[in-house]
Design a protein around this ligand. Structure first.
Ligand SMILES: Nc1ncnc2c1ncn2[C@@H]1O[C@H](COP(=O)(O)OP(=O)(O)OP(=O)(O)O)[C@@H](O)[C@H]1O
Ligand SMILES: [Mg+2]
Length: 156
């Protein structure tokens, strides 16, 4: 299933993220966040982490590749923009996160996709031509099922 939202400000993207995060409670797996540089992937992630009930300052993991959040480090935020090979990610122990105990929010997931890793959700953010500088079209793709339906019910 597919669902689209339009955000007209960073605050609205945060609000959407919080609602998505609330709907993700107890879920594990990968979430792919795609869209251009500055589209709002990290902003949306900040909202998602907050919606999951985690109090933390979420900053871009561009250099570290991975940040862990939550009391058990159960939420992972990855940004693979600078990653050159999947092996590099294996070396830092990424595959340990691919289990039932972790939710992984991943920006620039191309190399994961090439490895054939399937996400539970895809979120794609785009600037909107002809609209305000702050307008973003946010598209969700999910399999049919309880999670997809819960996400599709979200309005901002
Ligand atoms: N509607 C909007 N939603 C989200 N961010 C917005 C919006 N309008 C303007 N912005 C601004 O766009 C920027 C988005 O930055 P953010 O770091 O979230 O992008 P990103 O997609 O993670 O980029 P990168 O690929 O470099 O990691 C912020 O400076 C934010 O204030
Ligand atoms: Mg980012």
């Amino acid at each position: 299933m597919k669902k689209y939202w339009t955000s007209t400000s960073p605050e609205q993207t945060l609000t959407l993220g919080r609602k998505i995060g609330q709907g993700l409670a107890g879920e594990a797996g990968l979430i792919y966040l795609t869209g251009d540089l500055g589209a709002g992937k990290t902003k949306l992630t900040q909202g998602i982490v907050e919606g999951l009930g985690i109090e933390a300052e979420v900053t871009s993991p561009t250099f570290a590749l991975i940040h862990e959040y939550g009391p058990e480090g159960e939420v992972i935020h990855a940004d693979l923009y600078r990653l050159e090979s999947y092996e590099e990610l294996q070396e830092i122990g990424f595959e340990e996160y691919l289990d039932e105990d972790h939710l992984i929010l991943c920006e620039w997931p191309d190399l994961l996709e090439e490895e054939g890793l399937e996400p539970i959700l895809r979120l794609d953010l785009r600037r909107v031509d002809g609209e305000s500088e702050q307008a973003r079209r946010i598209a969700l793709t999910a399999d049919d099922g309880a999670l997809g339906e819960r996400m599709a019910a979200i309005e901002i």
